[in-house]
Design a protein around this ligand. Structure first.
Ligand SMILES: C[S@@+](CC[C@H](N)C(=O)[O-])C[C@H]1O[C@@H](n2cnc3c(N)ncnc32)[C@H](O)[C@@H]1O
Length: 235
């Protein structure tokens, strides 16, 4: 079992090492379904069509881009502690006005570099599982939101369907690290992906941690046989 600081260093190094290939592998390995997951997550912030959103663990900015695509005037603070991921995202930004509305900042999700009561929405796609101190991160997400603001966590979960479960497990543990290792040159990063999904909290546990951080009306919406889930909470 890694200590929090060890996990942080490991996660930072792993994402740094795959940053150049992250987007390609994402699309390849999820057969582009990840685009639908981010679209769906962003739709859930529709009621906040003005006001800034914080995209935490923003990585190469795919969710920040969707957030600015769906709402024309929305501004997004994109926070990630891996500079190489942000840099890869910034270098690949489309040459349109959205680049003016995405503000990348290198910072830690456990000590978010932003004042309290500032954002109408906070999104975290495939990032919560990587936090070394999940509860502390959730408290920070709560702090930076305005009262009535909405938290949306998109995260892998474990399918329970008896047909899908073994197929998914085979794919995740046997196929994915091999293919991803070949393309990215870092098999360990994708073995970490499989093991971090297996070790992550049960949905009910995460919902209860969100409540503990101060969120109300918490709920989970499974997508694609429960391979991923969107967790929703209101400040
Ligand atoms: C799987 S990527 C997700 C990127 C992006 N949100 C997406 O939808 O593809 C996870 C990201 O979380 C970041 N991360 C992990 N722990 C973090 C922390 N404590 N603070 C900030 N970013 C963190 C990593 O650097 C990585 O870029």
């Amino acid at each position: 079992m890694q200590q929090p600081e060890e996990k942080k260093k490991f996660v930072q190094e792993k994402f740094s090492s795959i940053s150049g290939k992250y987007d390609l592998l994402n699309s390849l390995l999820s057969m582009q379904i990840d685009r639908y997951w981010r679209w769906k997550t962003t739709r859930l912030l529709q009621e906040f069509s003005t006001g800034p959103v914080l995209d935490l663990c923003a990585g190469t900015l795919p969710l920040s881009l969707e957030l600015t695509r769906q709402v024309k005037k929305r501004r997004v603070l994109a926070v990630d502690f891996c500079e190489d991921m942000l840099r890869a995202g910034v270098n690949a930004l489309p040459r349109d006005e959205r680049r003016e509305r995405i503000f990348p900042v290198c910072g830690d999700g456990e000590v978010i570099p932003a004042p309290g009561n500032t954002f109408w929405g906070c999104t975290v796609a495939f990032g919560v599982r990587n936090l070394a101190r999940t509860q502390q991160g959730l408290c920070e997400m709560h702090r930076i939101l305005k009262p009535s603001g909405k938290l949306l966590i998109l995260e892998f979960s474990r399918p329970t369907n008896i047909v899908i479960k073994p197929l998914y497990s085979f794919y995740l543990n046997k196929v994915l690290p091999g293919v991803a290792g070949l393309v990215s040159g870092d098999k360990e990063a994708y073995e970490y992906l499989a093991s971090s999904i297996a070790a992550f909290y049960e949905p009910e546990e995460l919902l209860s941690m969100m409540r503990e951080a101060g969120f109300s009306a918490v709920e989970r919406r499974p997508l694609t046989f429960g391979i991923v889930s969107i967790y929703i909470g209101i400040k």
